[in-house]
Design a protein around this ligand. Structure first.
Ligand code: UDP
Ligand code: MG
Length: 317
């Protein structure tokens, strides 16, 4: 196996939220796997981010850190979300190579070897994983997720590969590029695509979560989708404006029609139900457009406050 990329440090960033059942299993498997020959001369660092877990995750991480000096951890003061956890991990990572992995074993550890080998090439800045199936995931969630990625690829300049995960190994310049984007509302899959660099993809079959439950409720996923769209597309705002123009033309047409009808046929007092429907429809559209503008305004408001993306309560690094 080529050894050009060995000798440089590999940091592995692992966000954890209420993962007491998974952390030790993940660490043990990872530790065993990284004894493989390809990683022989690679220095390692594991950065666990405890994202405000309410269970025993932090105790388990502390215990592991006590036995293995390569293990670093950061513990947030509350749950700030996976995006903030990834950002914090990237900020702390000191390796030339940095990997991001879920702790629930849904990102197959075995892929690390192939990813690492593929990175041993000057032209490649990142090797990322994508699922070619969503087997084992609730049907409704898969359909909505596919719909979301189709929409965001259409209405923004981003191209997010179908099934793309946060699971990837990046070289330092790419990590620095991600860290240079200071926004508060972070949608990592969009940011990874926005910064460019050359990314190689490897595909794998979806692996179901081994322990515990997904930390994303349906509501979280909806808000995450809105965040993604608001962060990378202005098309909804244009949609609001075009709807306004369209409705205005329709109204002018309606006025002309009514005036001509009055001149030709007099003024029969009929048609109030259709009038009521039209009022409801245009009222609804106005609220929809206000809502769209409101979403962008809310995001702008949060950005202007410049609040930190996370707050640390405890760390060993
Ligand atoms: N996670 C986190 N903070 C959160 C939610 C999730 O750090 O607020 C972590 C979680 O512990 C896991 C990873 O992000 O390591 C992916 O979460 P999950 O498995 O719930 O997402 P899914 O795989 O269902 O998309
Ligand atoms: Mg998962």
């Amino acid at each position: 196996m080529p050894a050009r990329n060995s000798g440089k440090k590999l940091s592995i960033v692992v966000p954890c939220y209420n993962e007491q059942e998974s952390i030790l299993v993940f660490y043990t498997k990872l530790d065993r796997f990284l004894k493989k020959k390809v990683f022989n001369r690679t220095a390692m660092e594991f950065i666990f981010i405890n994202d405000g877990s309410e269970d025993n995750s932090l105790d388990i991480i502390r215990e592991i850190a006590g036995t293995d000096r390569r293990v670093k951890y950061i513990s947030f003061s509350r749950n700030f979300g996976k995006e903030s956890a990834i950002y914090a991990g990237l900020e702390k990572s000191s390796g030339y190579y940095t990997a991001i992995m879920d702790v629930d074993l849904q990102d197959p550890i075995e892929l690390l070897e192939e990813m690492f080998v593929l990175l041993d090439d000057d032209k490649t800045d990142c090797v990322a994983a994508r699922r070619i199936s969503r087997r084992g995931e609730p049907f409704f969630r898969s359909v909505l997720a596919s719909l979301f990625y189709t929409i965001i690829n259409k209405i923004s300049r981003l191209k997010i590969a179908a099934g793309a995960r946060d699971f990837r190994i990046m070289k330092r310049p790419m990590v620095d590029a991600i860290l240079s984007l200071p926004e508060y509302n972070r949608f990592s899959k969009g940011l990874f695509s926005w910064i460019g660099f050359s990314v190689k993809w490897i595909s794998y079959e979806n692996v179901g979560r081994q322990k515990g439950n997904s930390k994303w409720s349906f509501r979280d996923l909806i808000f995450y989708s809105i965040d993604g769209i608001a962060a990378f597309s202005e098309v909804p705002l244009a949609f609001a404006a075009f709807m306004g123009i369209g409705m205005s033309f329709l109204a002018v047409g309606g006025i002309i029609f009514i005036v001509i009808r009055k001149i030709l046929f007099g003024d029969p007092v009929s048609g109030w139900p259709s009038l009521a429907v039209i009022i409801c429809f245009s009222g609804g559209l106005q609220l929809l457009c206000l809502g769209i503008i409101g979403q962008y305004l809310a995001k702008t408001y949060l950005e202007t406050k410049k609040r930190p993306k996370y707050l640390i309560k405890e760390q060993n690094c």
